[in-house]
Design a protein around this ligand. Structure first.
Ligand SMILES: C[S@@+](CC[C@H](N)C(=O)[O-])C[C@H]1O[C@@H](n2cnc3c(N)ncnc32)[C@H](O)[C@@H]1O
Length: 278
């Protein structure tokens, strides 16, 4: 494998080197994620939670986004049964670019299982279209490598009703629902549509994070981290921006690795994570 080309920023005193000439955990790297990951061994990451630049919506230091190389490296470094959560939206300009669909298809073509296509619904959204409904969602592609996810810790919510009710228990091809009295469960597994408030207080309370133009909600990152990984496992964000995934990994006792091409954003992430150590 080639050498690491960019400098790494170790931000915590307890950073541990896993392998020689490999990567350090609890570390933020400044650089192109493809070049940084190139030096890592195969099958070393449990979970990735990330969000790429959306089309040409924003200019990140003029960098040309190389989606296919990033997808290939993510496949290589993910452990068998590991998961990549890819949060993506389309540019809307006249019509939708459908980049998110093309990326989903590409992930499948190179060998990922598209385990789920989840929806990130924004409870409040400032964008308005005069000739269409206000866009209030992005996709969360849940991709697994080499079979189904090795970890699934389903998040639950309390059921609205409680007590007993006549419940359907046997729907045969004749279409007749048989019902019997049964006790309602106290909680149920969430659906694959997750809603979050966005903006200050919703996305995060860290004011400094908003110096980055496209932060995703802390709870979104946390919900995926809890669902698809266990304490002590390695969580990567190869385009970590303000460091949301790294922060939530750290708060949930996972080991984090963050990479960003922008030194300005790495500095924001470093400041956010540094506050957790105070
Ligand atoms: C949508 S933002 C991620 C925001 C992040 N989820 C957060 O909550 O702050 C995408 C990030 O990708 C970074 N980026 C773009 N191309 C990159 C590359 N090749 N390697 C590493 N980072 C890259 C940008 O600098 C930007 O911060």
């Amino acid at each position: 494998m080639g050498g690491v080309v960019m400098a790494s920023t170790v931000i915590t005193s307890h950073a541990k080197t896993l392998r020689k000439k490999d990567f350090s955990v609890d570390t933020l790297y400044h650089g192109n994620c493809v070049a940084v990951m190139t030096d890592w061994s195969d099958n070393c990451i449990d979970l990735t939670v990330t969000s790429p630049p959306y089309d040409t919506l924003r200019n990140y230091e003029g960098y040309q986004f190389d989606f296919e190389s990033i997808a290939a490296e993510l496949l290589r470094v993910t452990k068998k049964g590991g998961v990549v959560v890819w949060v993506v939206g389309d540019k809307i300009n006249g019509g939708r670019t459908l980049t998110s669909f093309r990326q989903a298809t590409h992930f499948q073509e190179i060998g990922f299982t598209v385990h789920d296509v989840m929806i990130y619904q924004k409870k409040n959204t400032p964008f308005m279209r005069s000739n269409a409904y206000t866009n209030a969602y992005e996709l969360m592609l849940v991709l697994s490598k080499g079979g189904p996810p090795k970890t699934f810790n389903p998040l639950k919510a309390p059921t609205v009703r409680s007590g007993e009710e006549m419940l359907t228990h046997n729907k045969l091809p004749d279409g007749i629902n048989k019902k019997r009295r049964a006790t309602l469960k106290r909680e149920k597994t969430l659906t694959n549509i997750w809603s979050y408030a966005v903006g200050l207080g919703g996305t995060t309370r860290d004011k400094i994070a908003f110096q980055h133009p496209a932060v995703f909600p802390e709870r979104l990152a946390e919900d995926h981290i809890l669902s698809w990984s266990n304490p002590g496992e390695i969580v990567l964000d190869p385009m970590c921006g303000s460091g949301t995934t790294c922060k939530m990994a750290m708060l949930n006792e996972r080991r984090y690795i963050g990479i960003d091409i922008s030194s300005e954003y790495i500095d924001i992430a470093k400041e956010r994570l540094g506050k957790l150590l105070l």
